[in-house]
Design a protein around this ligand. Structure first.
Ligand SMILES: NC(=O)c1ccc[n+]([C@@H]2O[C@H](COP(=O)([O-])OP(=O)(O)OC[C@H]3O[C@@H](n4cnc5c(N)ncnc54)[C@H](O)[C@@H]3O)[C@@H](O)[C@H]2O)c1
Length: 102
């Protein structure tokens, strides 16, 4: 487990988009470690499911395409139903494109 955050997120609910790997997964671990309930939303949930299996009830995984309004609305409803409310959104999902050499 990563180093704990110096913040107390007990009772807070955080959504992290693109949480199946990379920066999103690292943020999920930190927020969960600080006490938050965490919803990992990702188009590809394979990586996130392994974390959910390890961390248990305070972490949920949802397959979401953030480019689809309907998919996001369904996931928001499911997250609020699961955890009661939503406090934080980490809008991380994305694709890093090629960097131009200048
Ligand atoms: N890593 C870097 O150096 C860097 C630099 C600048 C910006 N960023 C940005 O930070 C964010 C995270 O970067 P990373 O390196 O962890 O990327 P990553 O590719 O490891 O993770 C991105 C995640 O977003 C998910 N995703 C992509 N499109 C999606 C969609 N439509 N709906 C839901 N999920 C989707 C992918 O499945 C993946 O799990 C990205 O938005 C990236 O563009 C990263």
């Amino acid at each position: 487990m990563a180093t704990a955050l110096a913040y107390d997120f007990k009772g807070r609910v955080a959504i992290i988009t693109g949480g199946s790997g990379g920066l999103g997964l690292a943020m999920a671990e930190r927020l969960w470690g600080a006490g938050a309930s965490v919803a990992l939303w990702d188009a590809n949930t394979a990586g996130a499911q392994a974390l959910a299996d390890r961390l248990g009830d305070r972490l949920m995984v949802r397959q979401v395409d953030v480019t689809s309004e309907a998919s996001v609305q369904d996931a928001a409803l499911a997250t609020a139903q699961r955890f009661g409310h939503i406090d934080t959104l980490v809008n991380n999902a994305g694709i890093l494109g090629p960097v131009a050499n200048t």
